[in-house]
Structures are given as structure tokens and as C-alpha cells.
Write a protein that binds this ligand. Structure first.
Ligand code: FE
Length: 250
């Protein structure tokens, strides 16, 4: 069966699909949450991933049972296949209200637009079969309209681009110092500012997630979660690095 099962207990299951992206595209993780026979698909990705992801999802849940498609932000590696998913399921797609009018540019059919749910800036809750997921605002990390999903049943925070790593040869972070080199350049360039990172870390510390699962690269578990939060809290990034002459990335 394809996909890495991150959690499975009492009818609640979380699956990571990490190997579907074509070699020339940025590696992207897709996640499926199954609860009480229904599902949430997170950041399903682009057209090249669509058919295989649908087959892989079917091994865990009939795609017709996907109730929500959670879109953390507007990037193509998150959203580009949205027309196919809405056409072949009855799911609703959730995305920041900032991006709703951009979706037709990805080919979203006008007759499907009614199943796009615009999220207000403050986020909120999403209920599936009695499990109440938290929709967390994470604006400017990196997108100006950016949300993450916290699953209280598994303790997994789906963090979108926060915590993303590129090129690491493993699925789970085990040596934090070694891991920094796979995520540092990305965070320094893509995350808007240290202030945004610091506020996010404060919010996440109160949540106490057991796992942080980003949209690219390796997953943080247990003590690696705290190591990552400490690192991100002190990171200078984005506008912090701007000078009169432009960016200083290195
Ligand atoms: Fe992105």
C-alpha cells in the first residue's frame, strides 16, 4: 500500500505521500487524513501528481469520501490540480479569501466555484466526524494569505511551507544540526520576517504538537519539534535581510 502512515488509531489515520512529484519539479508532500470513514486531503499539488495521488488515496479511502480539500496557500505545487479534484469528488476546497479569485487561473471551472470556501484571516475550526481540526492563521509564512491545519486526534500540525526542507535523503528528521542545511536557504528567502516567525512559534508552542509535517521534505517528531521551534524563533529572514542595495541571502 502506498503512502507512509504517520498515525493510525481508532478509525483515525494520517498518510503522507512523498514520492509522487516528477524529478524536475520541487518535491512536495501530500497528506490524507481519514476520520470516521471520511477524509481531508491537504495541498494535493499539481496536474502531474493528480492521477497517481488519486490512485494512492483510493488505497486508504474512496476519493468520493474526501469531504474537504485544504489548501494552505495559492502556489501551484499546492493548488494546480484543484479542478480535477473538485470535478471528481463532492469535496469542498478551503483556501484564504485572498486567493479565491485566483483559482480560475488554474483552470477551475465556473460551475465548481461554489464549492470553494473562502477562509477569513482569523482561521477557525473544521469538523469531520466529531473531530474538530484547528485552522491556524500563518500569514506571511510565506504567503500573505496562509493557513495551516492542526489535527488534535493525531497531534500533527500540517505546517505548509514552514519547516520545509529540500534535498534531504530521509523522511524524518533525526539529527537537527545536520538538517538545518536543507531548510535554511529556503526559510531565509521565503519567510517574510522574524516577527512573523516569532508570532507563529508562540502560537504553536501553546498548541504543543507532537509532529510538524511540512509540505516539502522531512517531518519533525517529538523532541525535533521543539528544536525546530527554537531555530525558527531566532531566524532572520525575508525583509530582515533587506539592505539599501537589496537582499543579502548568504
Ligand atoms: Fe509555497
Amino acid at each position: 500500500m502506498s503512502g507512509i502512515v504517520l498515525y493510525e488509531k481508532e478509525g483515525h489515520k494520517v498518510v503522507l505521500f512523498e514520492e509522487l512529484t516528477p524529478a524536475s519539479a520541487v518535491q512536495a508532500n501530500q497528506y490524507l487524513i481519514v476520520h470516521a470513514g471520511e477524509g481531508i486531503l491537504l495541498d494535493p499539488g499539481g496536474h502531474k501528481v493528480f492521477s497517481q495521488l488519486k490512485r494512492d488515496v483510493s488505497a486508504h479511502l474512496p476519493p468520493s469520501k474526501i469531504r474537504y480539500i485544504f489548501l494552505s496557500h495559492q502556489d501551484p505545487d499546492v493548488v494546480a490540480s484543484i479542478n480535477g479534484w473538485l470535478l471528481t469528488t463532492q469535496a469542498e476546497a478551503l483556501i484564504s479569501k485572498l486567493w479565491v479569485r485566483f483559482l480560475p487561473h488554474f483552470g477551475l471551472d465556473s460551475k465548481l466555484e461554489g464549492r470553494v470556501v473562502p477562509l477569513d484571516d482569523e482561521g477557525g475550526e473544521l469538523e469531520l466526524g466529531g473531530c474538530r481540526f484547528k485552522i491556524l492563521p500563518a500569514h506571511f509564512l510565506h504567503s500573505p494569505g496562509n493557513f495551516q491545519l492542526y489535527d488534535p486526534c493525531s497531534g500533527i500540525l500540517f505546517s505548509g511551507d514552514v519547516g520545509a526542507s529540500l534535498g534531504q535523503p530521509y523522511f524524518f528528521v533525526e539529527n537537527f544540526e545536520e538538517h538545518v542545511k536543507y531548510m535554511e536557504a529556503f526559510h531565509r528567502r521565503y519567510m517574510a520576517s522574524r516577527k512573523a516567525c516569532r508570532l507563529w512559534v508562540k502560537m504553536v508552542r501553546e498548541l504543543k504538537p507532537r509532529v510538524i509535517a511540512p509540505q516539502h521534505g522531512a517531518v519533525f517528531k517529538d523532541e525535533m519539534v521543539e528544536r525546530f521551534l527554537d531555530w525558527l524563533e531566532g531566524l532572520e529572514c525575508g525583509v530582515d535581510l533587506m539592505t539599501e542595495t537589496g537582499f543579502t541571502i548568504s
